[in-house]
Write a protein that binds this ligand. Structure first.
Ligand code: ADP
Ligand code: MG
Length: 542
């Protein structure tokens, strides 16, 4: 029997295949849709999104990465867009919306070329070369800053913060962020290093955003263990202990037979004196505060209180590390080893009431290498968005401390790169040149979107912007979204890390290339098909 005419089935039943132009078109559309979603939230005049998850929880944000994290994207190409926004968030902490918008623009421009029968691989090559060139241009036009200048860092932190919900409070919060980052900056082998884990962020609704403060030390969401202990100790000498102040229970079960009340008393006295010895160890070392990672026995608590020592138990391991960095203490594993040299210092240790909870503040540490920012604000939503804005600001400050170069904001560098790229592309041949020119066009998506979001006429603005960039010293002209005019953004102190712009380029080019290279999408049938059109093996778009 011949197999002729018989279809050869290589896919599992229910799988859907989408090939060639169709697959490309479908992917491009999905990826562009994601860019559409975040477009309106770019810049200081960007709108917010209200996202409701399946549990009914509401998030209000205009942070690109947060938006995309919350919406449950199904389409594989759209998922790739979401991933670059996450990657950008991890790498540099800011520019997540921009990365998605530039990627969307790159794909939109590529679509024109695909329609004109330019092979996607040629487009990808042209894009890759243009991206390399664009990075060189950015490096060349960037301005050096002084990473130890508080003023320089403030401008960067403020710019990133001004695009978020907390606009009016940006100056105050930027100050808090810059001071925190400067305190935890350390000298590495290759220049300065900032480990942002050393900036602990705590938040509690209540008060105003301007009550947000930097604590030169730590805030623990723990209360003092015993009511008889002092709640406030000045010039504190702090012991950090990661073994329990308890009598360890034996691993095996033991039975002790006591048939005489005096024996019982003796047994208990024995335990009590062991605990007393532990407490003596602490007070002999000169500690006035003990922070214990494990438990503290009631009897030990009693003795500590009698010795006038403030104690906290069950502190998190991660907090112990930070406490050591903040106070200069050494975490002691064996209480027997505790000496005065292991103790840390804080000007003040105090239990305070924060709304309905009691928290302990360890503050005024000398030259702390770990600090805490305590965010306050009217409601949970406000502190949540303030936390996101702070995260971005901490990251951009870190970016410029580690790589002290900045560019202006407001789409100025993108406009400049676009113009210089077009000049450079003249050297390229044929189709590669077409791709490079499209890449240059895609860069304009940032100033264009900023202008649109600020309610400015996009075409007029672009003409104006080009003219300015043609003039001498015009490279930092961009969209001043707040006044709705084209202005020198560097002079307006709207500056951003070079590192963020480089990352946006890298991420956007990468995802655009990935999406362009796909010409075949094979989707296995869903385990449980959601209600919808019958036989729809392809995941829905958007
Ligand atoms: P992203 O997630 O990409 O950081 P944002 O919503 O934070 O998105 O917007 C960042 C963009 O807004 C950058 O291009 C930045 O230069 C621009 N921007 C910041 N401040 C201003 C301003 N005052 N006027 C115009 N544009 C600004
Ligand atoms: Mg931003």
């Amino acid at each position: 029997m011949s197999a002729q005419g018989q279809p050869v089935i290589i896919l599992k039943e229910g799988s859907a295949e989408n090939k060639g132009r169709d697959a490309q078109r479908n992917n491009l559309t999905a990826a562009k849709l994601i860019a559409e979603v975040v477009r309106t939230s770019l810049g200081p005049r960007g709108m917010d999104k209200m996202l409701v998850d399946s549990m009914g929880d509401v998030t209000i944000t205009n942070d690109g990465a947060t938006m995309l994290k919350e919406i449950d994207v199904q389409h594989p190409a759209a998922k790739m867009m979401v991933e670059i926004s996450k990657a950008t968030d991890n790498e540099v902490g800011d520019g997540t919306t921009s990365a998605v918008i530039v990627a969307g623009a790159l794909l939109e421009k590529a679509e024109d070329l695909v329609e004109k029968d330019v092979h996607p691989v040629v487009i990808v090559e042209g894009y890759t070369r243009a991206a390399e060139q664009a990075q060189l241009i950015l490096e060349r036009i960037a301005e050096k800053i002084d990473p130890s200048s508080r003023d320089d860092l403030l401008k960067v932190a403020r710019t990133s913060m001004l695009t978020k919900l907390v606009t009016e409070d940006a100056p105050h919060l930027a100050g808090v962020v810059v001071d925190a980052v400067m305190l935890v900056t350390e000298k590495g082998e290759k220049g300065l290093k900032v480990d942002i884990d050393n900036v602990k962020v705590e938040k509690k609704p209540g008060g105003a955003i301007t009550d947000t403060q930097l604590i030169r030390g730590m805030v623990l969401d723990k209360e003092v263990v015993h009511s008889g202990m002092p709640k406030r100790i000045e010039e504190a000498k702090i012991a950090l202990v990661n073994s329990p102040l308890e009598i360890e229970k034996t691993e095996f079960s033991a039975e002790i037979r006591i048939d005489d009340p005096t024996q019982m008393q003796k047994f208990m006295d024995e335990e009590s004196s062991m605990l007393k010895a532990m407490v003596d160890k602490v007070s002999e070392a000169g500690a006035t505060v003990v922070i214990c990672q494990k438990g503290i026995d009631d009897i030990a608590q009693h003795y500590l209180a009698k010795a006038g020592i403030l104690a906290i138990r069950r502190s998190k391991e991660s907090d112990m590390t930070k406490l050591a960095k903040a106070t200069g203490a050494r975490v002691v594993t064996n209480l027997e080893d505790l000496t005065a040299g292991d103790l840390g210092y804080a000007k003040l240790v105090e239990e305070r009431k924060i709304e309905e909870e009691k928290w302990t503040f360890i503050e005024g540490c000398k030259n702390p290498k770990a600090v805490t920012i305590l965010i306050r604000g009217g409601t949970q939503r406000i502190v949540d968005e303030a936390e996101r804005a702070l995260h971005d600001a901490i990251m951009v400050t870190k970016d410029v401390v580690e790589k002290p170069a900045v560019v202006a904001g407001g789409g100025a560098p993108e406009a400049e790169v676009s113009i210089q790229l077009k000049a450079w592309a003249q050297k390229l041949s044929g189709r590669e040149q077409l791709a490079a020119l499209k890449f240059a066009d895609a860069m304009d998506s940032i100033p264009l979107t900023l202008a649109e979001n600020a309610g400015m006429d996009p075409i007029d603005t672009q003409v104006d912007l080009r003219a300015r960039h043609g003039e001498k010293g015009g490279k930092w002209f961009g969209i001043d979204a707040l006044s709705g005019k084209v202005a020198d953004m560097y002079a307006k102190n709207v500056v951003e890390p070079l590192a963020v712009k480089l990352q946006i380029l890298r991420a956007a080019t990468e995802v655009a290339s990935m999406v362009l290279r796909i010409d075949d999408v094979i989707a296995a049938s869903k385990m449980r098909a959601p209600a919808g059109p019958p036989g729809g093996g392809m995941p829905p778009m958007g």
